[in-house]
Design a protein around this ligand. Structure first.
Ligand SMILES: [Cu+2]
Length: 148
C-alpha cells in the first residue's frame, strides 16, 4: 500500500517535469531573430494619388500594434522638395489630425521600405502626402483603419 502511494506520487512528479519541459521548450525554440512583418505595397503615383493594387479606393487596415512593412514605390508628380523627396507619407489620427509619432516618411523616387508597429489605439486614421507634389496634392490621402 505504501509502495503504491509512493509510486503514485513519483508518477505525478514525473509528469510535472515532462509538462514543464514541454511547456518551456517553445520559448527557446521559437525565438525568431526577425519578427515577420506583414508587407503592404503602396504606389505613390505621378498623378498625386496613393494606389494599392486591387483596390479602387485604396485603404489600409491593420491590427493595433501589428508589425507592418510599408513597401512604397514613389513616382514623381510635377514638383519635388529641395531634398529630392517627391511625395510624403504621414499618418494622422482622423478625429483631430494629430500626427502619429514615427509614421512620417519622405519618399524618394523608386521603392523604399519602412518597418514599424501600427498605432496601439484602434480607430480611424488618414495618410496624407506632405510634399506639395502637384496642384492635386491636397487630394493625396488615403484611409487607414486600426482594428482592436
Ligand atoms: Cu503629394
Amino acid at each position: 500500500m505504501k509502495v503504491t502511494r509512493w509510486l503514485f506520487r513519483e508518477t505525478i512528479h514525473l509528469w510535472l517535469l515532462v509538462w514543464l519541459a514541454v511547456s518551456s521548450a517553445p520559448c527557446g525554440l521559437a525565438q525568431n531573430p526577425q519578427p515577420t512583418a506583414r508587407v503592404i505595397e503602396i504606389l505613390a503615383d505621378h498623378d498625386s494619388r496613393y494606389k494599392i493594387e486591387g483596390q479602387k479606393q485604396p485603404s489600409i487596415t491593420v491590427k493595433a500594434g501589428e508589425l507592418i512593412t510599408l513597401r512604397i514605390t514613389a513616382k514623381k508628380a510635377k514638383n519635388l522638395n529641395r531634398d529630392g523627396s517627391i511625395h510624403g507619407f504621414s499618418l494622422l489620427r482622423a478625429k483631430d489630425r494629430q500626427p502619429i509619432p514615427e509614421w512620417d516618411f519622405l519618399l524618394k523616387p523608386g521603392t523604399q521600405e519602412f518597418t514599424l508597429a501600427a498605432p496601439s489605439e484602434p480607430g480611424e486614421y488618414i495618410v496624407v502626402c506632405t510634399v506639395i507634389c502637384s496642384q492635386d496634392h491636397e487630394g493625396m490621402n488615403m484611409r487607414f483603419i486600426v482594428l482592436p
